[in-house]
Design a binder for this molecule. Structure first.
Ligand SMILES: NC(=O)c1ccc[n+]([C@@H]2O[C@H](COP(=O)([O-])OP(=O)(O)OC[C@H]3O[C@@H](n4cnc5c(N)ncnc54)[C@H](O)[C@@H]3O)[C@@H](O)[C@H]2O)c1
Length: 337
């Protein structure tokens, strides 16, 4: 089988990881990398033998051999870059956040449908082996009914100028929480603050409510002394913690819980606490980015719908949009249509 001909557009901090993966995967041929910044291209020249390096995106799109375009430009460029690729008849993998506007996401979905193109959004965590395991466990109700989920994605890191911490970090948390719960929130509320630049929130606290009493909280920041990438799930049977910064033992299951007794004499008997074992399931942790890239190639080859398709991207953009409106109204809850 001939390898799939790929072009990666935007090879900054993240795009170069995508370029490396597509260059290494046997099912792909990284035909082009494209970036406006010649310095970025020069820096990659030695690592990507056989790949053409160009600043000319139109040339990439005009090449009939290019089957798929991988977009890792800054978020404000996603819509235009994806639109041009879809109109040129290419399949598209675009980094998160899918777009900055709901209408733009809808337009791209329609374009992909009309042209029968694959459209995938880089919701990386949906491809993480620990998340795959958690979803299986939730499907089997190992944790029982999920009460609530909270996540922290904080560090002292790259400060963006063109998007706030919500749009930059929270797509990961929002996508994974919806992926695990299997539904979108009914309403969201977000509060945050701009310390470094006017109008760009450095820290955001987002709360989401779901039908059936489940709730989730997301804390994102690039202005924090800790580096934390942690997701905690509390079910009525068990609890789970996914710590992505652990080298190997990334998932811990706590056989802990609390139960209200119908038959009691004292308050201590009324609420029964259970402290059971803490287990760490063995999960072979392969690079999630490589799993994600393989999945895209598989979708291009077999024309199947990606796990994180345009609709999935749109659902996340709708939550981000509602959260942004709440941020502007100082945390007032916003109901999702
Ligand atoms: N999945 C993840 O975990 C993850 C992690 C980091 C970043 N990202 C996403 O990847 C994207 C890029 O982020 P980054 O940190 O690499 O940004 P970056 O600013 O480091 O790199 C962006 C690159 O795009 C180039 N560029 C800008 N406009 C272009 C255009 N019109 N044509 C060609 N090249 C263009 C820039 O020159 C730059 O090299 C963002 O959407 C970001 O949210 C995803």
């Amino acid at each position: 089988m001939d390898p799939i001909q790929i072009a990666v557009v935007g090879v900054g901090g993240w795009g170069k990881n995508l370029a490396r993966n597509f260059h290494q995967l046997p099912d792909a041929n990284l035909r082009y990398v494209c970036d406006l910044d010649q310095g970025k291209l020069d820096a990659l020249a030695r690592q990507l033998p056989g790949t053409q390096l160009t600043r000319d995106y139109d040339m990439v799109l005009r090449d009939p051999l290019v089957q798929a375009v991988v977009v890792a430009t800054p978020a404000p460029r996603h819509h235009a870059t994806c639109k041009a690729a879809l109109e040129a008849g290419k399949d598209v993998f675009v980094e998160k956040p899918f777009t900055l506007q709901i209408a733009h996401a809808e337009e791209l979905i329609l374009l992909a449908e009309k042209g029968k193109r694959v459209l995938m959004v880089g919701h990386l965590l949906e491809y993480h082996p620990v998340v795959t395991r958690l979803r299986e466990m939730i499907g089997r109700e190992d944790l029982g009914k999920l009460h609530y989920i909270y996540s922290q994605r904080v560090n002292l890191g790259t400060v963006r100028t063109d998007e706030n911490a919500l749009w930059n970090f929270a797509p990961h948390d929002i996508s994974v929480i919806m992926f695990l719960l299997g539904v979108a929130p009914t309403d969201v509320a977000a509060r945050g603050q701009c310390y470094l630049q006017p109008g760009v929130e450095d820290v955001v606290f987002l709360t989401m409510n779901f039908d059936g009493k489940a709730m989730a909280h997301v804390h994102v920041s690039w202005l924090d002394p800790h580096k934390i990438r942690k997701l905690t799930l509390v079910g009525n049977r068990k609890m789970a913690v996914f710590d992505d910064l652990e080298a190997t033992e990334k998932l811990r299951i706590y056989d802990k819980g609390a139960q209200i007794s119908q038959d009691y004499n004292t308050f201590a008997e009324y609420v029964g606490l259970r402290f059971g074992d803490i287990t760490m399931p063995y999960i072979k942790v392969s690079e999630p980015l490589q799993i994600e890239c393989r999945h895209f190639l598989d979708c291009v080859r077999t024309r199947k719908q990606p796990l994180s398709d345009g609709q999935d991207g749109l659902r996340v953009v709708k939550v981000l949009d509602a959260a942004q409106r709440s941020l502007r109204r100082n945390g007032e809850p916003v109901v999702l249509a």
